[in-house]
Design a protein around this ligand. Structure first.
Ligand code: PLP
Length: 387
């Protein structure tokens, strides 16, 4: 199909005899077989079929097919949450003694996975600063299986040149996996830039309405075969109901992202002009340190902005308390605008030095710009900043 929108709206699982316009929800835990021989063939994977919803389900498959088509992946696998996708990918690919190279600025739970969970099976991780391509290259060891990055990163909005890093990982014959959550399949297509794997928390923009958790892994047939072999028996399955919700959400992803990005760019410019806050950071604003890379690999700048409150931790908290419309909540990518203060919440266990290493200042505020009217978003920010 031609455009992303058309695919996300029109790609649909088979209709039942009732010829529904929208997809029916297949709320079933298992499927019936024609006869004993059909059952044998399906269990032997010699005949395609659904068998059991831990393995496959038409709603889950529709959700995967849409995303794989839009990102240009041969295949995909959907999971119950974004972290289930990250863990399932590593569980499928890594063995004891393997090594991962990752950008230092990864999502909090991914950091815990690298530092507390994977080491239980003798899997180690080396962190590299996001802007040190030579560092990524020299960190790759004979036992390295995956280079894992997040771009834009959460919450620092650091940008890594996917194409340039993919040239290195191709030569070294290791997989390059990208957490594509902040950019969405609409704004950035890592596989088309040379990466091997694209992973999403569908909880964020893909649902986009703060309703359900979900995740997806998009990659080659070979990688997804390994993911399937692992996931069938470990059970991170996405529920049919949530798959239906997420697939329905994809129908509006393109228009939602356009508005998120429009609002966010405009708010970034106004914050910068205001002059009372420091380091306003937005990927498609010229002042972003990796603006050229962001312009090259992202269609639009995304819905997240960070800035630094001049009064540090106390200023950041005071600003949050002054907001009237913005929600104080842990999610992002919602229709509703959200503000968080990483230094006093998600990253409070790190020292100020450790926070600085991953680009988090004491007064740094992360805004997830929603779909409310631009002037309403702005006036809430303006009044909270003037306190
Ligand atoms: C939220 C998030 C995740 C984890 O996804 P869940 O759906 O919450 O499990 C992973 N990576 C990034 C960048 C995220 O923002």
């Amino acid at each position: 199909m031609s455009s992303d929108s058309t695919t996300l709206i029109r790609l649909q699982t088979e209709r039942s005899g009732n010829k529904e316009h929208g997809a029916p929800i297949y709320l079933t835990s298992s499927y019936v077989f024609e006869d004993a021989e059909d059952m044998r063939l399906q269990f032997e994977e010699e005949r395609e079929g659904h068998i059991y919803s831990r393995y496959a389900n038409p709603n889950v498959q529709e959700f995967i097919d849409k995303l794989a088509t839009v990102e240009g992946a041969e295949n995909g696998w959907a999971t119950a949450s974004g972290m289930a996708a990250v863990f399932t990918f590593f569980g499928a690919i890594l063995s004891s003694g393997d090594h991962v190279v990752a950008c230092r600025s990864v999502f909090g739970s991914t950091h815990r996975l690298f530092t507390e969970i994977l080491p239980k099976w003798g899997i180690s991780t080396t962190y590299v600063d996001f802007d040190d391509l030579a560092g990524f290259e020299s960190a790759i060891l004979p036992e390295t299986k995956v280079v894992y990055i997040e771009t834009p990163s959460n919450p620092g909005l650091d940008i890594i040149d996917i194409e340039a890093l993919a040239r290195i990982t191709r030569e070294k014959e290791v997989l390059l996996a990208v957490d594509n959550c902040f950019a969405t399949p609409i704004l950035q297509k890592p596989l088309q830039l040379g990466a091997d794997v694209s992973i999403h928390s569908a909880t964020k923009y893909i649902d986009g309405q703060g309703r359900t958790l979900g995740g997806v892994i998009l990659s080659s047939r070979e990688v997804i075969d390994r993911v399937r072999a692992f996931a069938r028996h470990t059970g991170p399955a996405l529920s049919p109901m949530n798959a239906w919700i997420l697939s329905k959400s994809l129908e509006t992803l393109d228009v939602r992202m356009e508005r998120h990005c429009y609002n966010a760019l405009e708010i970034s410019k106004r914050l910068e002009q205001l002059g009372t806050v420091k380091n306003v950071k937005y990927p498609h604003m010229e002042s972003h340190p990796q603006y050229a890379i962001a312009k090259k690999q992202m269609k639009l700048g995304g819905g997240l902005i960070t800035f630094e409150h001049k009064d540090g931790i106390e200023g950041g908290k005071r600003f949050l308390d002054g907001l009237k419309m913005f929600s104080l909540t842990a999610n992002l990518g919602d229709t509703r605008s959200i503000a968080t203060h990483p230094a006093s919440t998600t990253h409070s266990k790190l020292s100020p030095e450790e926070r600085a290493q991953v680009g988090i200042g004491e007064g740094m505020v992360r805004l997830s710009i929603g779909l409310e009217g631009l002037e309403d978003i702005w006036s809430d920010l303006e009044q909270a900043l003037s306190r």
